[in-house]
Design a protein around this ligand. Structure first.
Ligand SMILES: NC(=O)c1ccc[n+]([C@@H]2O[C@H](COP(=O)([O-])OP(=O)(O)OC[C@H]3O[C@@H](n4cnc5c(N)ncnc54)[C@H](OP(=O)(O)O)[C@@H]3O)[C@@H](O)[C@H]2O)c1
Length: 292
C-alpha cells in the first residue's frame, strides 16, 4: 500500500446544521462514523445505527464524547444544547430495519429527518457460479430494499423536511466490474438509480412531495478506503485491489474515512442545494466523471 498520506488539517466547522436531524446507517465505525462526526460537529443531531449493543454504545457514548472533546471543548463554540446523538440496533439484512429506525425517529426526534445517509451496505464476495438464491436475496435486501423502505417510511410519514438531503454510499465497483462482486455491483448501481428518481420526485415539481421540496438525492462512488471491512481483507486481495485501482486514481493511496465524510458533508450543506441526481466520484480520481 502507498505510504503517501495526506494529513487532514483540523478545522473549526461552521455550526450550519443546528436543530437538524440526520439518520446515518452504520455509524459506529468506518465511513459512517466519520460522516456522523462531520455532521454532529456542525450541530446536527444524529440517529446512528449498528448491529449490536456494542455498536450502539460506540455511537451514543463514544461518538458523543468525541464530538464534545474534538469539536467543541477548547474552542470558542458551545455545544448546542439540543444536539442529541443516539443510536439503535437496526440490521440492514432484516425486513424490520426501516420500521425500527422509523420508530426511533418518532421517539427521539418527534418524527423529523433532514438528512438520510444510507451508508451500511452488504459487503463481501458474490462469485459468479457460486451463489444461491438466499445470497442474492440478502444482498439486494441490504443494498436496495432496505434503503427504499427507509425512504418510503420517511416520505409517507412526512418526516422529511424541505431541503432535506439523501446520500447513498455507492462504490467505484459499480463502474469497475469484477466476477467476485456480481450482486454487490448491481445493488450499488441500483442505489445510484434510486437517487436519480428520488431527486426527480423530491425537488419540488411533484405536488405529492411538496412538503419536502428542495430535497436533493445523490450517490457517492467511493473508492478504496481504509476501514475495517477493507483492511480485514487478506493481504493478497488488498494488493490485487491496489493494482486494479491505483492506475486509474490520480492520487495513488487509500482514501481515509474523513476524505469521504468531507464530501458527504459538502452535499449536506446549503451550498450543495443545486447538486441533485448525481453520482459524485469520491475516489481520488479513480473515476473521472465524463471520461468514460
Ligand atoms: N471501505 C471501502 O473501501 C469502500 C469502498 C467502496 C464502498 N464502500 C461502502 O462504504 C460503506 C461503509 O463501508 P465501511 O468500509 O465504512 O465499512 P465498515 O468499516 O466495516 O463499517 C461498517 C459499519 O456498518 C455497520 N454495519 C455492518 N453490517 C451492518 C448491518 N448488517 N446492518 C447495519 N449496520 C451494519 C457496522 O456496525 P457494527 O459496528 O455494529 O458492526 C459499522 O458501523 C458500505 O456501503 C460500503 O459498501 C466502502
Amino acid at each position: 500500500m502507498s505510504s503517501i498520506k495526506i494529513p487532514l488539517t483540523p478545522r473549526v466547522r461552521e455550526l450550519d446544521l443546528v436543530d437538524k436531524v440526520a439518520v446515518v446507517t452504520g455509524a459506529s465505525r468506518g465511513i459512517g462514523r466519520a460522516i456522523a462526526f462531520n455532521l454532529a460537529s456542525r450541530g446536527c443531531s444524529i440517529l446512528g445505527t449498528a448491529t449490536s449493543d456494542t455498536g450502539v454504545a460506540a455511537i451514543a457514548k463514544g461518538l458523543n464524547d468525541e464530538v464534545t472533546s474534538r469539536a467543541f471543548e477548547g474552542t470558542s463554540r458551545q455545544r448546542p444544547a439540543r444536539l442529541l446523538i443516539t443510536a439503535v440496533v437496526a440490521d440492514i439484512f432484516s425486513t424490520e430495519c426501516a420500521s425500527i429506525i422509523t420508530e426511533e425517529v418518532t421517539k427521539s426526534f418527534n418524527g423529523r429527518v433532514d438528512i438520510f445517509i444510507n451508508n451500511a451496505g452488504a459487503i463481501g464476495t458474490d462469485t459468479i457460479g457460486e451463489m444461491d438464491v438466499n445470497h442474492v436475496q440478502q444482498s439486494l435486501l441490504a443494498n436496495v430494499q432496505t434503503p427504499v423502505m427507509i425512504v418510503e417510511e420517511f416520505t409517507r410519514r412526512h418526516f422529511f423536511q424541505p431541503n432535506s438531503r439523501i446520500v447513498y454510499i455507492s462504490s467505484i465497483r459499480s463502474h469497475f466490474p469484477w466476477s467476485e462482486h456480481l450482486v454487490y455491483s448491481a445493488g450499488k448501481s441500483a442505489g445510484e438509480s434510486l437517487c436519480r428518481t428520488w431527486a426527480q420526485a423530491f425537488g419540488g415539481k411533484d405536488e405529492r412531495y411538496s412538503f419536502m421540496a428542495g430535497t436533493t438525492a445523490n450517490s457517492l462512488s467511493v473508492g478504496l478506503t481504509e476501514t475495517d471491512s477493507m483492511m480485514n481483507c487478506p493481504p493478497d486481495i488488498l494488493k490485487q485491489l491496489q493494482n486494479e485501482f491505483y492506475p486509474s486514481q490520480s492520487m495513488p493511496r487509500f482514501g481515509q474515512p474523513d476524505d469521504i465524510a468531507d464530501i458527504v458533508g459538502l452535499l449536506c450543506s446549503s451550498d450543495a442545494r443545486w447538486i441533485t441526481g448525481c453520482v459524485v466520484s469520491a475516489s481520488g480520481g479513480g473515476i473521472k466523471i465524463g471520461s468514460g
